[in-house]
Design a protein around this ligand. Structure first.
Ligand code: SF4
Length: 272
C-alpha cells in the first residue's frame, strides 16, 4: 500500500500531502513541540518532489525488494497498512530514484535495464523483481549490476543486497516474464556487481553468487513469513526497534512495533 499521508516535521501531526504543500507554498509558521512558531526546513519544490508518487509499482505485487528488506515486519506492514512519514524520511529514496533515472537514460546497445520480471517459484508462489541492469560484456562476462546510493561507501555487500541480486540472477538464468511486454527473458549470469554511490565517490563491490538451492530457500522462507501474516501472525521485527537508528529514523511503524515487542529475526538466520 502506498504511503497515505505525511507527518508534519514541526507539529508531528498527520497531514495530507496537499495541506503540506499549501503550507510550504505560503511558508506558514506552525507551533512545534517546544511551543516555538516556525516553518520546517523544506520549501514547495522540495515537498512537491518528495511526495510525487513513483509509478510502476502498481503491478509489483510481492517483490524481491520487499522480501530482502532488513525487516520483514516493516516490509509487510508497508504493503498492507496505511502509513505516513515525515517529508525528510523521503529524501533518501528521492536521491536513489534520481540516480537510477540518470543512469537508466544512458544505456549502451546490448544492455537490458530496469524492467520488472515475474518469477514463479517452485512452490507456485509468484514474486516480481526490477533489476537495474544486465549486460553481456563478452562471452565470458555476463553481469547483473545494481546501484545503491549511500552516505558512505561499503566494501562488503550487506546480506540483503546479496539476496536481492541472487534473486535477480535466478530469474535471468532460469527464465522469467517481463510484466510489461509479456516476453520471456532468459540470459546467462556469472557475475553480480553492486555500484555503491555517494555524493562524491563510487565503488564497484562484487557480490557472491549463491547456489540455486540457497536462493530458493531464502525466498521461500521469506514468503512463508508473509503467508503467516495473511493468516494474522505478524512478521517478527528484523531489528531492535528500541535502539536501532534505522527504526528511529526511517520506520513509520516504530511505535507500534515497540508496543508489540518480539524477538529479532531475519530469513538469513535460517539459511546459512
Ligand atoms: S521499528 Fe524497526 S524492527 Fe520494528 S518494524 Fe520498524 S524497522 Fe522493523
Amino acid at each position: 500500500m502506498p504511503r497515505t499521508h505525511l507527518i508534519c516535521e514541526v507539529t508531528h501531526e498527520a497531514i495530507q500531502d496537499q495541506d503540506c504543500l499549501a503550507c510550504a507554498r505560503g511558508w506558514e509558521l506552525k507551533t512545534d513541540l517546544l511551543g516555538v512558531r516556525r516553518h520546517c526546513d523544506l520549501n514547495y519544490p522540495m515537498i512537491q518532489a518528495l511526495t510525487a508518487r513513483s509509478s510502476g509499482r502498481e503491478r509489483a505485487g510481492i517483490s524481491i525488494t520487499m522480501l530482502t528488506h532488513e525487516c520483514l515486519r516493516q516490509s509487510w506492514w508497508q504493503h498492507t497498512r496505511p502509513y505516513g512519514c515525515r517529508p525528510k524520511q523521503l529524501i533518501a529514496s528521492l536521491h536513489g530514484t534520481a540516480v537510477h533515472a540518470m543512469f537508466e537514460g544512458h544505456q549502451e546497445e546490448g544492455a537490458l535495464a530496469e524492467s520488472r520480471l515475474r518469477w514463479v517459484l517452485p512452490s507456485g508462489r509468484i514474486i516480481t523483481g526490477q533489476y537495474d541492469r544486465h549486460k553481456t560484456y563478452n562471452e565470458d562476462l555476463h553481469r547483473i549490476e545494481d546501484y545503491k546510493t549511500k552516505n558512505k561507501l561499503f566494501q562488503k555487500p550487506p546480506l540483503s543486497y546479496v539476496a536481492q541480486l541472487n534473486g535477480y540472477r535466478y530469474m535471468f538464468v532460469h527464465g522469467a516474464t517481463d510484466i510489461e511486454t509479456g516476453e520471456q527473458v532468459q540470459r546467462p549470469v556469472n557475475e553480480l556487481m553492486l555500484f555503491c554511490i555517494t555524493h562524491t565517490d563510487a565503488l564497484a563491490v562484487p557480490c557472491p553468487i549463491w547456489p540455486d538451492e540457497r536462493t530458493l530457500e531464502y525466498f521461500e522462507t521469506a514468503l512463508d513469513v508473509f503467508d503467516l501474516a495473511r493468516e494474522g501472525i505478524d512478521p517478527p521485527p528484523g531489528k531492535d526497534a528500541g535502539t536501532d537508528t534505522f527504526c528511529a529514523s526511517f520506520c513509520p511503524f516504530q511505535q507500534e512495533c515497540l508496543a508489540m515487542g518480539g524477538t529479532r529475526w531475519h530469513p538469513s538466520d535460517d539459511v546459512c
